[in-house]
Design a protein around this ligand. Sequence first.
Ligand code: IMP
Length: 499
Amino acid sequence: MAFYYTEPSRTFSEFLLLPNLTTKDCTPANVTLRTPITKFKKGEEAAISLNIPFSSAVMQSVSDDGMAVALARCGGISFIFGSQTTANQAAMVRKVKGYKAGFVVSRSNLTPDNTLKDVLALKEQTGHSTVAVTDDGTANGRLLGIVTSRDYRMSRDAMDKKVSDFMTPFSKLIYGNSGITLSEANDLIWEHKLNCLPIVDADQNLEYLVFRKDYEAHKEYPYELLDGNKSYLVGAGINTKDYKERVPALVEAGVDVLVIDSSDGYSEWQSETVQYVKANFDVKIGAGNVVDREGFLYLVEAGADFIKVGIGGGSICITREQKGIGRGQASALIEVAAARDEYFEKTGVYVPICSDGGIVHDYHITLALAMGADFVMMGRYFARFDESPTRKLKVGSNFVKEFWGEGSNRARNWQRYDTGGKSGLLFEEGVDSYVPYAGSLRENLDKTIGKIKSTLCNCGAKSIEELQRTARITLVSATSLVEGGAHDVILKESSLSED
Ligand code: IMP
């Protein structure tokens, strides 16, 4: 006979936190959200911790190198999507590891033979007023000069005037040499009152541009997630099919942490993959997704460094409808967290868990942390921002961003859903959709983090670990859900009430 759970499976929206005593020192400024993401022994430090408990989903429409840089800059980590060729994924990892904060590869470039008309057209297209002039018009060609809006007068100069006639030639440029640090570059910028400093190699090839405004912006990222070489940390998703080819390439590219991306991680395929990676590489690897104690313990025994929790709760997910498997995200998390704590008690090894999918409101993140998650993974949340890799469109009078599931026809990531047998996607487990465009990652994260820290203060906790130990959580009845929103009033418009 089948086993029946007596309790229904629950979602985040069915729970609330109760406040604990807030002591005077428990202010948002004193709250830290630093959190471990790889297993560690009691009394030791995790090899990898995040400065904010956020990771972006292993999805084509969410996590490319651009998102990875933007999120690491704010203290979280992206797992670059694996539903692309190994070479492309490794190239994205390499870009993140090679990214030097404050050093940008020039995106507006022309040759000396171009004209003022070309400069204006490029400016219109990119919005950049600084144009690098290189021998072949590429970002890394031999630098011959720079054009800024100070070099021409639109009212006087002829449109067919050649760039070589009005650019500031290399002989008159102040430049930095390859290998210069950001603060040395900044000293040159200040000393010579520049807006932009080109960095060139020994053969005068252009490497980067350093802008005065970027240096100032850089200083405003106090939570940056950097490795010992001052490169951003980055993760990548792998699957249980081509890992023998994919993992070596990702490790070679410098990936910091891997995760097996699968809708159902409680499988011998995953155990084999974890064991292979552990036996052959010195790289951290998470596994999942699971929704219960059995799945958690199985993957921990295989050697996983963290475990991802959640089946069927993702915003674009139709797994529960298509196959009837899954579990309410809160119930899954509560059971796995209990298994994790028990495992820690017994072995002295703490295995972080990640709550993946189904976060709709910011308070769901705080609830997930209180229920035992060490960090969360989100798709929809990040897909809404400028930094996600998808198109921004206008639908009706609203701006939206595209967002599609890995199990949709558009992504066709069959490896994520594979249970052995024939390759390919037989039916969809995800949809192709739009999400409301929400602006920049940084601004939205600041707001979300502000809310989380404020809630921790209400709960009398100055860290995630303290919240997990002391939180008091209550179930809410269906009728009290109504009481939780604005009710029995006629609403006026207020942007402050938005999530
Ligand atoms: P969200 O934060 O609610 O949008 O959920 C994102 C999570 O949904 C991802 O991290 C994956 O675990 C999961 N996911 C991604 N694509 C699909 C899909 O096509 N079907 C089901 N789940 C998906």
